[in-house]
Design a binder for this molecule. Sequence first.
Ligand code: GLA
Length: 520
Amino acid sequence: MIRFGGDYNPEQWPSPVWAEDVGLMLRAGVNLVTVGVFSWSRLQPGPDEFDFGWLDRVLDLLGSAGIGVCLATPTASPPPWFTRLHPTAMPINHDGVRLSHGSRDTYCVNAPAYQSASLEITGRLASRYAGHDALRLWHVHNEYGTTCYCDHCAAAFRRWLAARYGDPATLNDAWSTDFWSQRVSNFDEVLPPRATQYLSNPAQLLDYRRFVSDAMLEHYRSQRALLSGAPVTTNFVLGGWVPVDHARWAREVDIVAIDDYPTTLAERAFAADLARGWARGGPWMLMEHAPSVEAREIAQPYLDRGATGILYFQWRASRGGAEQWHPAMVPHEGPDTPVFREISALGATLRDREPVAVTATSALIYDEQTMWALQSPHLPPRAEGYEATVKRWHRAFDGPVDVVPPDASLGEYDLVVAPLLYLLPAAGHRALRDYVSGGGRLVLTFDSGLVDEHCRVTPGALDDLIGARRIQHDLEPATATVLRHTPDGRPAVLENHYGGGVVRYVATDLDDLGLTLLEI
Ligand code: GLA
């Protein structure tokens, strides 16, 4: 069965609309709806007040119609009473500004008050609904991704660093703190990378992203520990801004779920291959995307690449609120609309379908930590960013390719492409070396393997893997890179993306690899 449906927010509507919704869902072939994502203030109107009656009725209504429920914990948006009682649980941004209530995702994941309030509401939901007939999936939180720089975070960051480095000397070495007099004598001297006079330390920036990802993962895990009765997931939002190392998180969910709002079919195919790569052979689903009059065409790349579910944001368009003009499966004008007809047509085609099993023979390496490292300030100018480079190489393949992290097991692939792999920790390097020495064909682009996991430059790190070596690169003018080829070396494709131009050094034939690389 393919899961089909979307986010359903009945709390925005009077109860007579719920019955109409369920009738329309059946008409559209909906079999799964995500309920409760932003319901905290309805479920807990005050610190000691709870109201689950409305949710009981919604779940019963859906269950009796045979529609499954993906039940969300509402922890992405604490209610106003929480903010009023716990002002220090509001996040502080990079510039030192404490954010106020008024939107969503406004909390500090390291604030004890937030942690206990979020676990309390989750625990209550868990004990009430774990045994409900309609429950098919738990949806923890929503799109983890808030970064905070407050004192709670500073304290947690120090603990995280102490566990990672053991002593200040090791931290000093990893962070190259002798540059600009940043040497610390104890962990208490370390701060989050808050706004500062000039450029921040790239190793500190990168470790902070890793820390934020781990802190949120800890919060996810503590919620997951309370849940039972159905598989557990959380929805991954794609893109460079989110401090979540999804490849790691993917090991902690029962089903990988992505939210995807791209503009082209090629980007959808990339997201689908990425989700499948994160799932490592397990199930994955499209948890959110935008409904449209092209729903069937848009769903196709996900289905072709093994999606086990096609869900939208959201079921019924909201009359008010910040996303009142976001497309919906049931638009403001109601079901007698081209969008609803198209969605229903897709629902009808999915009714008897099973997910496709995909076996890819090639892999494309995508690494969020590399993407973060490439967001450091003051890097050599580059005509094309990390994501754009990886996506361009993805388009070079004609069909599904597994998009995997650098430490994935690569042995089964005929071909591995690792575009712009700037950051290369030892484990990733080992995986590539083992792959090549086992006879694998590896394609690297320019700017690969330039720094280790602490952003320290590692000249020649890839000499054992490629047939060419960077011997000089000049920042000014930002055009020149000198490569020395060793034609007897292993296959290599090297690209230079400085200053807007592309110089390509090809030491192997792309046609032989079945790749058609497009110019930027
Ligand atoms: C995200 C969120 C949804 C909604 C959509 C559309 O994916 O999870 O709640 O805001 O974006 O903007």
